[in-house]
Each structure stands twice: as C-alpha cells, then as structure tokens.
Ligand binder design. Sequence first.
Ligand code: PLP
Length: 402
Amino acid sequence: MKRTTGQNRELTRTWRPATRAVRGGTWRSDHGETSEAIYVTSGYCYEDAATPAARFAGEQPGMTYARTQNPSVQMLEERIALMEGAEACRVQASGMAAMTAAMLCQLSAGDHMVIGRAAFGPTRWVADNLLPRFGIEVTTIDGRDNAAWERAVRPNTKVFFFETPSNPTMDVVDIRGVSAIARAHGVRTVVDNAFATSALQRPLELGADVVAYAATKLMDGQGRVLAGAVCGSADFINNVLLPFQRNTGPTLAPFNAWVVLKGLETMDLRAHAQADAALEVARFIEGRLGAVNMPGLPSHPQHDLCMSQMKKAGSVFSFEVPGGKAAAHALLDALALIDISNNIGDTKSLMTHPATTTHSSLTPETRANMGITDGMLRISVGLEDVQDLIEDLDQALTAAGC
Ligand SMILES: *Cc1c(COP(=O)(O)O)cnc(C)c1O
C-alpha cells in the first residue's frame, strides 16, 4: 500500500479543516485508486515469522487482526483525528458503543462520574442503570449550571460527561467553564459532540479532554450506517481506550467506515447549510408558537454562550405544541414532506416525538426532570429547500390546531 499525501502526517497537519476532511488519512493501494478502498478482511498474512512477532510486540507498525486494525477503518480514524485537531481517534460500531467505551474504559468500581442530565436516552440509561451495577457512582445534574458541576465533585470523581447542545431540549453546556472546573479537580471531561460536529464546535480547543461521537449522524450525514468515534490525546486513546476496545470488540466494519469516510468529505458544507436552514425554520415556528428551543435564536436564554463556543447552533432543535401528546402526534401525522423518524443529521428533514420514542425508556419523572414534555417535538433539518419545509410545517401546525 502506498503512502499518499493524505498519509504524510506532518503535511496533513499543515492543512486547513476543509482540506483535511477531503484528503486526511488517505492510503492508496498499488492500483492508485482515487477513492479510498474498502478492505474486507478479518486477518492478515505475513512474509515471515519475525514480522507478526514484531507487530504483536508493538515494535513495528502494521496490521495484525481486524478487531484492532483495518486499513479502511484506520483511514477514517486518521481523518477524524485530523478534523478534530486530536492526537488520536478510535472508531466504534455505533455512537452508543463509543459512549459506553468512553465511560467504561476509564471507570472502575468506587469511581464517580457526573453527567449533564439532558443527554441522549441510551446514554442516560448507561449512566443511570449500567454503571451503578458495577459500583460506579453517578450524579446527574443540570449541565447548564456551572456551580452544580463544581458542587458535584467528590474525591473519587473521575469523569465529567456532557452533551452540548443536548438532546432534545437543546441545553447548552459551557465547555470552557466546565472543563476548567474539571481540570482544577483532576477530572477528565468527555463531550458528546454529535449534534455539532467539528465543523461547528471544537471541544478540545475549549479545554475538554475527550470528544465522543455518534458518527451515524452528521458525519455519515445521509442516514446510511451506524458508527461512533472517540478522540483525545494519544496517551488516552492508546493506553486507556485501546486496551478496552481491542479486548471487548466494538469494532466498526470496513464498509461502514468507508461510508463515513466519504460522508466526511462533504460534512462541512452540510453542517453549515443545515444549520442555516434550521435557523430559518426555527424563526418560522417561533413566529407561530411564540417559543422554540433553539440556541441559535437571540431569544434563547443561552444564545450568547452558544455563539461563544459554536460557529452555528446546529441543525436540530425542539419545540412544544399546546395540547400534549395528541397534538404532537397529530402534527407528525399531518406532515407531507418531512418524515417521521427518530434519526437526526440526515440530508432528509426528520421529526420525532421524544417522549414516545428516543426518551421513552426513561421514567416519566426523569423525562419531566429533563424538561421533556408530552407536547415536545424535535426536528432535524436537512438539505431540502427551506421554503418547502416551512410550508409543510405551516399546514401541519394548522392541522394540529396550533
Ligand atoms: C444518535 C446519538 C447517539 C448514539 O448513536 P448511535 O449510532 O445511534 O448508537 C449518542 N449521542 C447522541 C447525541 C446522538 O444523537
């Protein structure tokens, strides 16, 4: 396999983000293919016995087994690390595999984690149900309140975990402020950056230690595959995450890695275009209903904080219809263009009712505490003409009696 310009690490690190997204991490085989190849293999063969011995001993680079290395997967890891400005990255089979690995790789019985309460439903399930089963204590707080992070710290606190903007209430966590509190206490900060991506928000530059992704969302960007990623220092990725990952096996398949690799080439364009469209749609809904949860709008209480750490507020937001679940379902049922779907970050605009889908596994009390009401709807704005989206929402709001 030939090293291409995309595999010259010193050169790639001089490139600007858009160039890194298109060319970072590219390896070319002897065929000289333009598009990255998909290597469908689980094992590797060696010229002689000394080669695998050197590779297993970590003395020579090269592949040994696809649970740990695959060229297509490694191209993706290299590209994501470059885009994130991280020393290293490892990818996983799904966003939840990434979140779970990012927590379990560094937490042991007797440790303590603090998590912002507004988070992806399964992430809350891992924090609320799985970690305590292994003797890991978890404190759930309102992530918007910096003082609450400070108050939650104990001598055994190892990790701060948060999502920002968070799903589905669009709470914004002060990445700089919370990371500084963590640093002062020797706590590692893990940020789920799936809603924003490196195109709109760069947590490592704001002081966070680890960035975790559902690459399923804007990175793929076209609703095709599940994938996850964890980025951080070379020490964290190689010495903390990798031993967990190579032995437990949440490995990403080469085809899925390739799909995300190609998705990244257009991510910057999509993230900006979809964020611009989301703002226009949010303005329209705010005009109809009086309020929306969209930190990109000046009326949002966390607008200034949002704009101090994000280039744009992203393509997802939520709002509440008066009339609870019946009205929310009626609105969804009246949609003629926008799809009813609990996915986000697709080129197709999608809407869901969090209380009965993404956050249905949580108790009604937990939902109420997170601010997820029965009338709440979440929209992920895609790449359709924004006027068509507004017209569809206009008639669906009317049909739902709003
Ligand atoms: C989708 C999502 C996840 C989980 O990703 P999967 O690929 O579905 O497992 C985690 N966090 C956030 C913020 C998400 O949107």
